[in-house]
Ligand binder design. Structure first.
Ligand SMILES: Nc1nc2c(c(=O)[nH]1)N(C=O)[C@@H](CNc1ccc(C(=O)N[C@@H](CCC(=O)O)C(=O)O)cc1)CN2
Ligand SMILES: Nc1ncnc2c1ncn2[C@@H]1O[C@H](COP(=O)(O)OP(=O)(O)OP(=O)(O)O)[C@@H](O)[C@H]1O
Length: 184
């Protein structure tokens, strides 16, 4: 199972890199997200690394709607991730694992919407992440949040091996479509 996931990650990262370089894809803001954006709604995002889907258009829409913005913040592999407030004057710094994040002093917030990075997804909106379990744990902690995955279309696979702790996404956005979970 672990080996399967590891090999799949390598394959999907390579496909994502190639697609990103060739196509320069971009996400558009879906109506289903727009209906959730309102003053005071807390939208948690991430700063993309390499060829990851860039949430910037969605973040801009959230800011324009008066939402409170937050960014994922990681101390190390063992410590649960937090979402820290991200204002116009928040100085972004280099963090562990090649991440860019707010300073630790930024206040922690409880997200209403979690814009979620990922390595792979399937039609049931199971998600394959980077393997550290940060988002799985955050989803368990913030069960009330709306989980929107962001990816490029080449990151879709027929079926992901689901572990007991995996929490599926509510919706997934690519440069092509907004996916909702397929019933079964
Ligand atoms: N942009 C972004 N931010 C994010 C995530 C993400 O997937 N993307 N995360 C999602 O969970 C959390 C960070 N999780 C991570 C988990 C593992 C590794 C990791 O294993 N990195 C490799 C090095 C990768 C490289 O150099 O390109 C390593 O340390 O071996 C990185 C981030 C929070 N912030
Ligand atoms: N709710 C949870 N509480 C504690 N540990 C968890 C929880 N969910 C997942 N984990 C741990 O996280 C580890 C990584 O899980 P997995 O390989 O599914 O990560 P991932 O979804 O690919 O990564 P990420 O969420 O960081 O992007 C597992 O060893 C698992 O035990």
């Amino acid at each position: 199972m672990t080996l399967d996931k590891k090999a799949l990650r390598a394959q999907l990262r390579a496909a994502r890199d190639a697609f990103f370089v060739q196509s320069r894809p971009r996400l558009a803001v879906p109506d289903l997200l727009r209906t959730r954006l309102a003053p005071g709604v807390v939208v948690a995002s991430y700063l993309p690394v390499g060829s990851e889907a860039d949430p910037a258009p969605l973040v801009d829409a959230a800011r324009d709607a008066g939402c409170v913005l937050a960014l994922a913040w990681v101390a190390d592999r063992a410590t649960p991730m937090e979402f820290l407030r991200w204002d116009a004057d928040t100085a972004i710094e280099a963090g562990p694992l090649g991440l860019r994040q707010p300073p630790r002093s930024a206040p922690a917030v409880v997200p209403d919407v979690i814009l979620t990075p990922l390595v792979g997804f399937d039609s049931k909106l199971n998600r394959l992440g980077q393997g550290a379990g940060f988002y799985d744990r955050a989803f368990a902690q913030h069960g009330g949040a709306w989980r929107l995955g962001l990816a490029w279309s080449v990151q879709q696979v027929p079926e992901l091996p689901a572990d007991p702790w995996d929490v599926p996404l509510h919706a997934l956005l690519t440069e092509q479509a907004l996916h909702l979970p397929e019933q079964r």
